[in-house]
Design a protein around this ligand. Structure first.
Ligand SMILES: *[C@@H]1O[C@H](CO)[C@@H](O)[C@H](O)[C@H]1NC(C)=O
Ligand SMILES: *[C@@H]1O[C@H](CO)[C@@H](O)[C@H](O)[C@H]1NC(C)=O
Ligand SMILES: *[C@@H]1O[C@H](CO)[C@@H](O)[C@H](O)[C@H]1NC(C)=O
Ligand SMILES: *[C@@H]1O[C@H](CO)[C@@H](O)[C@H](O)[C@H]1NC(C)=O
Ligand SMILES: *[C@@H]1O[C@H](CO)[C@@H](O)[C@H](O)[C@H]1NC(C)=O
Ligand SMILES: *[C@@H]1O[C@H](CO)[C@@H](O)[C@H](O)[C@H]1NC(C)=O
Length: 519
């Protein structure tokens, strides 16, 4: 082949690519494999490290997530908008925070209470992608009008859960039993593998890219899982929570009562009068068994995720598919003597997130910069080359397409960038009717050094405004000397100036903490 010919075919190629981009043509765009896990805190091998903020032990068996992390942008400090499924997922999938979506709880649907926002999968659909959803992506049922039908090109799929009816918090299932009566996430992985086989030919030829969203249910309770995963976590190797007590000086409003955990048949012995209240602790044995079951479920999901990722490879799609993974919020496993999510502590608001971009993150990029779940939407849009989103104006209920996040793409080349957000914001509605009738909200902000929270009265629908001068509790945790958040220093006179500054910044909100070049 002559040099001239090669040169000219390259030029032709460039022109063709340019043409495709200008016309917004979908041909040759990267696919997206969008993987989600329910209630998975960052208890993943890849998150281990001396600098890592949340208590991660024992050694986790998560080979597939570790391998994905090793070829991804690993967001070591990503924070959810709300430590509860529906509001967290709504924020991520619409890139609107609760003040805009008006979603703080399970039940209400953002299209009814917030606005007719274009969701992340819907935007890919509008741009010519085949969008397929399965499992838990939006919170199912009323919270999403039944998995937000407008987001998907294909019929939405759920795998049945035949174990739920057993009403057991912990159920280790033998291999034979799991064969005869498959676990829900086992089935879901198989659905995902089937879907990949189906979309692969057109994705390979460049005819139509896909956005495949797969939402696994574990380690959400109840913890049913293949028994073999318990072997990675022998009880004698497990430890009790290092801080099996509520923080000193914690205001009562910060507390989530977890008595609901004792509703299961196998938890009846612990259904005692004070179960779930501040400083209630389960006996050591069941505490360890609960931790063991949670860890086992993480390893189980790691295995199922691994099967789906392997199929992507089998189909020859690895080189042109972006893979994102996230868990919808953290989880307390007895830290603070607290269980479940539904608080504003680090353990509940901090969640795993990673993004593999072929050709850009293949050798792994780790960042400890503060990031937020609303950032994923604009990031994936930029990575796929779709038209970028504008920053939302205030009160953007009538703006269908915009973002309240910041694309994380710059962190891929500069993971220690100084020009980045100075805080990550979360909030939790403690009192209210769930249907945009919240009356007490705890606003929290994680900065490099501190976590700062104010619980205040809230004027619900149709006003939706915090009443900052009607405070019900303030928390200040100093992560430089107290990464477990065991001492509330809000009333410590030596933190007076710090508290004042943090309070100012909390009220300024997320727009006040944006990177300088992107405000
Ligand atoms: C919401 O927006 C979609 C387009 O994204 C449109 O098809 C639909 O009619 C809108 N629904 C309402 C209730 O306005
Ligand atoms: C869902 O919404 C319908 C109609 O508003 C209501 O009747 C039903 O009780 C709701 N279901 C749940 C589980 O909240
Ligand atoms: C919970 O226990 C811790 C540690 O013993 C103690 O400092 C704290 O005051 C207790 N909280 C309440 C509300 O009893
Ligand atoms: C306990 O959790 C179940 C399942 O999420 C829910 O249906 C029930 O309303 C909860 N009960 C209480 C008292 O919170
Ligand atoms: C993907 O790209 C890499 C480097 O460009 C190459 O070594 C590898 O063989 C490719 N794999 C597939 C499945 O195309
Ligand atoms: C959105 O549009 C509706 C109908 O035109 C209007 O009543 C409402 O005030 C608007 N909301 C905002 C926040 O602009």
């Amino acid at each position: 082949m002559s040099t001239y010919f090669r040169h000219s075919s390259k030029t032709m190629m460039k022109l063709w690519v340019l043409l495709c981009l200008c016309l917004g043509d979908v041909h040759g765009r990267k696919n997206v494999l969008f993987l989600v896990s329910d209630d998975m805190r960052p208890n993943i091998g890849a998150y281990l490290g001396p600098d890592f903020p949340s208590p991660v032990h024992p050694k986790m068996h998560t080979p597939n997530l570790d391998a994905l992390a090793a070829r991804s942008l690993l967001l070591k400090r990503a924070y959810v908008s709300v430590a509860l499924c529906n509001p967290s997922r709504t924020a991520l999938l619409t890139s609107r925070r609760p003040e805009t979506s008006h979603i703080w709880d399970i039940g209400p649907y953002f299209r009814q209470y917030g606005g007719n926002f274009t969701t992340l999968p819907e935007y890919f659909k509008q741009n010519g992608y085949r969008t397929i959803g399965m499992g838990k992506i939006f919170h199912p049922g009323n919270s999403s009008g039944g998995d937000d039908p407008v987001s998907w090109t294909d019929t939405y799929a759920h795998a049945p859960d035949d174990y739920k009816l057993h009403n057991l918090l912990i159920e280790a299932v033998s291999e034979e039993r799991a064969k005869a009566l498959p676990l829900q996430d086992q089935l879901l992985a198989e659905y995902a593998i089937q879907a990949l086989k189906e979309v692969a030919p057109k994705a390979r030829s460049g005819e139509q890219p896909f956005f495949l969203a797969v939402g696994f249910r574990k380690p959400h309770i109840p913890w049913n899982f293949p028994a073999r995963f318990k072997e990675y976590y022998p009880l004698e190797s497990l430890r009790l929570p290092p801080n099996y007590y509520a923080p000193v000086g914690m205001p009562a409003i910060a507390w989530h009562n977890f008595v609901n955990l004792t509703r299961f048949k196998d938890m009846q012995p612990y259904h005692v009068p004070n179960a779930g209240s501040i400083n209630y602790t389960f006996p050591d044995q069941i505490t360890l068994e609960m931790r063991q079951a949670y860890y086992s479920c993480i390893s189980y999901i790691d295995y199922e995720l691994g099967r789906v990722i392997a199929e992507l490879d089998n189909q020859g799609l690895t080189n042109n598919t972006i893979i994102s993974f996230w868990g919808d919020h953290g989880w307390q496993l007895g830290e603070h003597s607290e269980w479940q999510k539904m608080t504003n502590f680090e353990d509940a608001t901090h969640a795993p997130m990673m993004i593999h971009v072929p050709g850009a993150t293949d050798h792994g990029v780790v960042t400890e910069k503060l990031t937020e779940f609303v950032d994923l939407y604009p990031t994936l849009v930029e990575l796929a080359g779709l038209p970028k989103l504008d920053m939302c104006p205030p009160n953007s209920q009538n703006v269908s397409l915009c973002t309240e996040g910041t694309s994380m793409v710059p962190l891929m080349t500069n993971p220690t960038s100084e020009d980045w957000k100075t805080a990550a914001f979360s909030e939790y509605a403690r009192i209210g009717n769930g249907l945009a009738g919240e009356t007490v909200i705890g606003y929290t902000m994680r900065t490099e050094l501190y976590r700062y929270t104010e619980w205040v009265n809230f004027k619900p629908m149709p006003i939706y405004k915090p009443l900052w001068d009607q405070q019900l509790g303030v928390e200040l945790y100093d992560h430089t000397k107290d990464p477990e958040e065991n001492y509330n220093r809000a009333d410590d006179p030596s933190y007076k100036d710090i508290r004042a500054e943090l309070s100012r910044n909390l009220r300024l909100g997320w727009r006040g903490a944006l990177p300088k070049t992107r405000t």
